[in-house]
Design a protein around this ligand. Structure first.
Ligand SMILES: [Zn+2]
Length: 116
């Protein structure tokens, strides 16, 4: 179960085909989730303004870097891609990334207001 999803953070760099997270902000979110719920960081989400919900080559390279980062100790990486287009509105797909392959996984989404 995914219980939290954070925003990009105030010092993130966002471009049409690139994103550089605000690492200090991301670490703060992960630390708070661990402290308050005992949950761990398992992946990330981002938007595709084109509405395409398939991870790009750049996305996959980034996910594989996380999987090969020994410090993170991740066997799998969860990637949620959210499409935003005027025609389709908000759509989303969840991917499970492993070192040798990746696949689409069904994910039931329920939303609740932020707790703070
Ligand atoms: Zn992407």
């Amino acid at each position: 179960m995914i219980s939290r999803a954070g925003g990009p953070g105030p010092r993130a760099h966002r471009g049409k085909h690139a994103f550089l997270r605000d690492l200090a902000y991301a670490r703060q979110l992960a630390d708070a989730a661990w402290r308050e719920e005992g949950t761990q960081w398992v992946g990330e989400w981002h938007t595709h303004p084109s509405g395409d919900l398939i991870p790009s080559e750049l996305d996959l390279r980034s996910y594989l870097r996380h999987l090969h980062d020994a410090e993170l100790r991740l066997d799998r990486f969860v990637a949620v891609i959210v499409g935003l287009t005027p025609e389709a509105g908000v759509t989303a797909a969840t991917w499970l990334i492993e070192r040798k392959h990746f696949r689409l996984v069904p994910l039931a989404v329920t939303t609740r207001p932020p707790s703070d």
